[in-house]
Structures are given as C-alpha cells and as structure tokens.
Design a protein around this ligand. Structure first.
Ligand code: NAP
Ligand code: ZN
Length: 422
C-alpha cells in the first residue's frame, strides 16, 4: 500500500472517522468497526456514519446518504476500506462511486481475503483519487480492528490473556489445603490491583464477545464475569467456563445469574448434572479431548497434564462458529498455561500491582509444565506499557493478527456459521 503525506485537515477528518468507528465497540461485531466522514467541496463536514451490526447499513452508506448531493465533488474519509462484495448489503464501492465524491482517504485495507485492496482498486478504476493514511493512523486503525482481522482470516476469536499479578508474578495467595472444594468460596484476601486497573479490565470485557475462566477460579473467587461498564452491547458478554466434569456449584453467582449467556465446556458430562444446569438456561457442550495431532501450530506443545480435558483449539473454533470474534481469558493459572501451551493466545494484557507475595505456595501466572528451555519461551512483541494509578500493565502480542493466515479449512466441530461480507 503506497502512502502519501496527508494534510493536517485530512488527518483531522480521518481521526474523526476513527472516533466514529470506535462507537461500534460491542455493537459492530462480528463485523469490523467502521466510521465515515463526508466533506463537501468547501471543506465542510456534510455527513457522518458509524456501522453497527443491528443497523445493517455500512458507515460510508450512512454518511453518504446524510450528505446527499453535498457529497458531489467532495471527499470521503474512512478508517477501513469500503467493501466490494455483497453480504447482508450490496457493495459499498458502488455507493461511493455513485455519490460523486472525487477523493477517498482510507486508514487501512480490509484484512478480509475476499476484499483486501480490491475495494480501493475499484474506486481507482472508476477515476476516484485514493489516499492512504501514514503509519501512525494506519496502526491505530489496525489495532481497533485486530479481532476482526483474526476472525475473518481464521474463523476463530482473537484471544487476549488477561491477568492481574503481584510484581513477583503471583495471581493469588496459596490455595486452601486440599484444593478448591465444591462450594468453598475462599476468602481471597482482597483484590490484587487497585480501582483504576480494574476499571480498565471492564473496558477490555466490554470490547470482548466472550470471557473464559477455569472451574477452579469459579470455586475460588465465585466471580460474576460480567461487563459492568454500563455501555450498550449488541449481544451479552458470553461467559464461558471450562469444567471437564461439571463441578461448577449450582449456587455460584455464574449459575444463579445465567441468562442465555453462560456456556460450559466439559469433557465427560454426567447426564443428570448436565440436565440440572441446562434446566437453568445454561448451555453445556461436550468438547473432544485434547489431541496431539491438533498441535501443528507454531509455538504449541503437548501438555501432559491436560489429558482428559477439553481441547483448547476445539474450544476456540467452536466459539468462532458462534461468531465470537474476541475472547478474553481471565485465568486461573492452569487455564493460562493450557492456552499458552496450545498456542491460542494472540495477545497478553498483564496488570502488575506493586506488591510481593513470595513463597512457593502462591499461585503463579501460569502453572503446569511451562516451557522447558529459554529458547522455547513464548515471545511477546510490540510492547506497550500502561499506567493505572499505582499499578501498571504490559500489553503485547504473541502473534500478529494481520500476518497472512493459511486458507481457512472447515473443521469437524459442527457447521460453519460465518456470514459473507462485512
Ligand atoms: N489474579 C488474577 O488475575 C486471577 C484470575 C483468575 C484466577 N485467579 C486465581 O487463580 C486460582 C485458580 O487457578 P487454578 O490454576 O487453580 O485453576 P483454573 O485455571 O481457574 O482452573 C483449572 C481447572 O480447569 C479445568 N480445566 C478444564 N479444561 C482444562 C484444560 N484444558 N487445561 C487445564 N485445566 C482445565 C480443570 O478442572 P477439571 O479437570 O475439573 O476440568 C482445572 O483444574 C484462584 O486462586 C484464583 O483466585 C487469579
Ligand atoms: Zn460496505
């Protein structure tokens, strides 16, 4: 993609398009977040649009419709390449061409292999001038739609592993003797991180389609795992528990608050137990056990301790079939390791509080076998450090969702439910 130097006014309009796109957080999924600004020949903003899945119409169509004849000879600013395929709506490129705008400024190409550059090509062929953003705005645009980039290429959610830790990498004080028993909601001794960091976690939850924890975390903390930002979302945050033998207590907050938003993946379901849960509106799905042949993924390694437990790859593929584009894993230690070992983690968001727990009994960030050599360690790239009051967080990538993916091959777990187009 060639890039030109944009004027300060161009950048300002493109920033506004990004701001409009951001209004689609939790409302556009499984589609990308797209915002559009139309500017007339005199440089006046005459139309704006944000895409939401429920609203169907794509952002550029909304913006061009509100601009009407004002678009003629003007310019269109978009954070995302217009589509050239027919999905739930016709191709936006036709609408853009028919509107009479003479120039389109776009921050990034569509990572959808069915579009990627072809939309812009169509505009150029129709005689429109197409300009690209500089690296800074392009990177911002790509970050906003990173989950879509993964999902549209691999049909599985973009996975973020989130944990709150002490400075010495502990996620909880030592567990009670004999482990976490059914219904034993241990008094944990309070939160690790302080309020500003926890408020940020709520933002991560808001931007996610699903959240996942292991059953021990349910037993230990009795969490709600809800999006408490109060902001609108199209679908409730899907709360996913991985619980091989359905040990989840019926009086846990998760079970008692379930409203078609609780999904439990198990390996061997006792029929009576399954019915008990299902009668409360909880979805229970049995997943195939962990398989060695599924580990043909870079960075993945066999986990001996996971035998008899659901396969993490099958889990993410199944979520992909449900049009879950982003998954936030919130622990505990065994699930963190299972996810890292399987190679399903795209990004980490590690929060650190200025505390030291020490001791060998405290719960580490990831338990299990771990990577056995320094040159096998998972590499975290493109780090960003955030400050939240007295705490800080490290955000980094284990994989680039924009890197070309091998062509998607339909898998064995159920039908493919992904819709065509944006
Ligand atoms: N600070 C934080 O951010 C944070 C976040 C979450 C939790 N925690 C803490 O972490 C502790 C719990 O961690 P934990 O490691 O004991 O448990 P966990 O990771 O929450 O849950 C582990 C359990 O999940 C089940 N499981 C199902 N499929 C699995 C798979 N493929 N691989 C591994 N496990 C699978 C296993 O039980 P079955 O065999 O019965 O299925 C396993 O015992 C608690 O103290 C909690 O407070 C801290
Ligand atoms: Zn479109």
């Amino acid at each position: 993609m060639t890039q030109e130097t944009l004027s300060a006014t161009d950048k300002q309009h493109l920033r506004r398009a990004l701001e409009l796109a951001r209004k689609g957080v939790a409302l556009a999924s499984p589609n990308p977040m797209v915002g559009a600004v139309v500017v007339d020949v005199n440089g006046k903003v005459v139309g704006e649009g944000t895409h939401t899945y429920e609203g169907k119409k794509h952002a550029e169509v909304i913006a061009l419709e509100s601009a009407g004849e004002g678009a003629r000879g003007g310019m269109l600013y978009l954070n995302f390449e217009p589509c050239c395929t027919t999905g739930r709506t016709g191709p936006c490129t036709s609408t853009v061409i028919a509107s009479g705008v003479k120039r389109v400024v776009v921050a990034m190409e569509d990572p959808n292999p069915a579009v990627s550059g072809k939309g812009l090509q169509q505009l150029r062929e129709a005689g429109l001038e197409v300009s690209h953003a500089d690296d800074e705005l392009r990177d911002e645009a790509r970050k906003l739609n990173e989950a879509f980039a993964e999902y549209i290429q691999s049909r599985r959610p973009f996975v973020t592993l989130k944990t709150a830790m002490t400075l010495d990498g502990k996620i909880a004080a030592p567990p009670p003797e004999g482990g976490y028993a059914k219904g034993d909601h241990r008094i944990s001794g309070g939160w690790i991180t302080s309020e500003p960091a926890r408020a940020h976690v709520q933002e991560l939850r808001h931007a996610s389609d699903a959240i996942l924890v292991g059953v021990n975390t349910v037993l230990a903390d009795n969490p709600l795992l809800t999006d408490r930002t109060g902001l609108p979302r199209r679908r409730p945050l899907l709360r996913v528990i991985i619980d091989s033998r359905l040990r989840i207590p019926l009086d846990s907050k998760l079970v008692t608050t379930a409203k078609d938003d609780l999904l439990i993946f198990c390996a061997l379901a006792d029929e009576k137990r399954r019915q008990e849960l299902e009668s409360r509106g909880i979805k229970v799905e049995q997943l195939p056990l962990y398989h060695f042949e599924d580990l043909n993924v870079v960075g993945a390694r066999p986990i001996k301790s996971a035998s008899g437990r659901p396969d993490m790859w099958k889990l993410v593929r199944r979520l992909g079939q449900m049009q879950i584009t982003s998954l936030l894993i919130e622990g505990g230690a065994m699930i963190n390791w299972a996810a890292l070992a399987a190679g399903i983690v795209d990004k980490v968001f590690l929060y650190y509080a200025p505390k030291i727990l020490a001791g060998t009994g405290a719960v580490p960030f990831a338990s299990g076998e771990g990577f056995l050599r320094m040159d096998e360690a998972a590499r975290v790239r493109s780090l960003t450090i955030h400050r939240f009051g007295e705490d800080f967080a490290v955000e980094g990538y284990l994989r680039d969702p924009y890197a070309p993916h091998p062509p998607y091959v339909s898998d064995k777990v159920g039908p493919q439910l992904v819709e065509k187009g944006e």
